[in-house]
Design a protein. Structure first.
Length: 341
């Protein structure tokens, strides 16, 4: 299948490319490298011994999109491109709405011009907001509590309208829980700019000595050890969920949302312990005040994805820590060069 992958040079996109190329799909990556490096694509080529098109472009650039769609004529789009930092989204909400919502609209308009009817969208568990019950199933009400989460929720709503506007359209909404880990080779992984916001890359940087200690945000939550509990999902499992979603969209029209998680939660201190075991290092940490906007616990009910997509997470928290450690210890500076702008 000819598949256009927006944001394909990013963390989840690059891991998904390995799966897509492994299945001999014909790929075009579109990325503006605002949060990634072309080096990730070079490493994907080395790992797979497969080639694909890549175009440096912004999803908000209508002319560039038209040219790419006319030339490549994709049969499906996997849409990763977007800004993703929750804290930053509160400071520059318009930038987030512009990038994530307008960018998605431009993409849908370009899809219409060439009759491309299938999209798999990177949504997020953050669309649910404060849990009314756990685990979250897909019927849980959506009430995101930050601008980033609202961009995901609004794009989901736009995709629902688009999918129902023609009986030929198909939209699959993948609500990721907490992606973590790296490819087993250690040659691709997560390479955040500046100080990492997320737990696993922060711990990895403490492990290699780039940061002194981990600040554990809150030790008084109503969880088994008082620290925040999340459903961590290995990025390679996440990648295989995209394969299942593409296949599903080829066989089904309409719109469907899926939780992509394991159904099991781990606390911050449990992640620290698992990382210590994987790296044989001690991770110094201090219990700090809660981070504003955090919830105590978030866990997926992944049954629907298993039933309809035939997908289930296979890898464990230990696998996530081992692979994250391998990536970080082999790539002290991530992909090396600062990302282009
Ligand atoms: P990432 O930042 O590594 O990848 C996103 C990619 O999109 C980057 O390569 C970036 O350069 C590109 N991009 C951003 N804006 C663009 C634009 N306007 N035009 C073209 N390219 C653009 O992030 P990721 O972790 O791989 O996340 C991928 C998607 O999954 C995002 O939409 C994110 O919101 C969503 N998501 C991520 C997480 C997570 O914790 N990583 C959780 C839930 C959902
Ligand atoms: N945490 C710390 N110290 C840190 C970083 C995180 O204690 O330095 C804690 C947090 O308080 C939380 C847990 O580790 O309890 C996980 O935090 P992350 O920042 O890694 O992840 P979040 O659950 O806050 O959010 C992530 C992504 C969002 C996405 C959401 C749901 O950042 O984009 O998962 O998928 F929407």
């Amino acid at each position: 299948m000819r598949i256009l992958v927006t944001g394909g040079a990013g963390y989840i996109g690059s891991h998904t490319l390995l799966e897509l190329l492994g299945e001999q799909h014909d790929i075009c990556v579109l990325d503006n490298y605002s949060n990634s490096s072309p080096e990730a694509l070079s490493r994907v080529r080395l790992l797979t011994n497969a080639d694909f098109l890549d175009v440096k472009a912004d999803i908000r650039d209508d002319n560039a999109l038209m040219n790419i769609f006319q030339d490549f004529q994709p049969e499906a789009v996997i849409h990763f491109a977007g800004l993703k930092a929750v804290g930053e989204s509160g400071k520059v909400p318009l930038t987030y709405y512009e990038n994530n919502i307008r960018g998605s609209l431009s993409l849908l308009k370009a899809m219409e011009t060439v009759g491309c009817r299938r999209i798999v969208f990177s949504s997020s568990a953050t669309v649910y907001g404060e849990p009314q019950y756990l685990p979250y199933d897909e019927a849980h009400p959506c009430a995101p509590t930050n601008p980033y989460g609202r961009t995901k929720y609004f794009v989901e709503e736009i995709l629902k309208d688009w999918a129902t506007s023609s009986f030929k359209n198909s939209a699959v909404l993948l609500r990721y829980f907490n992606p973590a880990g790296a490819h087993s080779s250690g040659s691709i992984g997560e390479d955040p700019n500046g100080i990492p916001n997320n737990l696993m890359p922060f711990i990895s940087q403490v492990a290699v000595g780039k940061r002194d200690q981990l600040n554990v945000f809150g030790g008084d939550y109503d969880t088994r050890d008082g620290t925040g509990l999340r459903d961590y999902i290995h990025v390679s499992d996440l990648a295989s969920a995209h394969m299942a979603a593409v296949n599903y969209s080829a066989a089904h029209t309409g719109v469907e949302a899926f939780n992509i998680g394991t159904g099991k939660g781990a606390t911050v201190l449990e992640v620290v312990k698992a990382f210590e075991e994987a790296s044989a290092l001690r991770i110094p940490y201090v219990i700090s005040p809660r981070r504003s906007g955090d919830i105590a616990a978030s866990v997926a009910d992944p049954k629907k994805a298993q039933e309809l997509l035939g997908w289930k997470a296979k890898l464990t928290l230990n696998n996530m820590c081992q692979s994250a450690w391998k990536w970080q210890s082999q790539n002290l500076e991530g992909y090396g060069n600062p990302p282009e702008n």
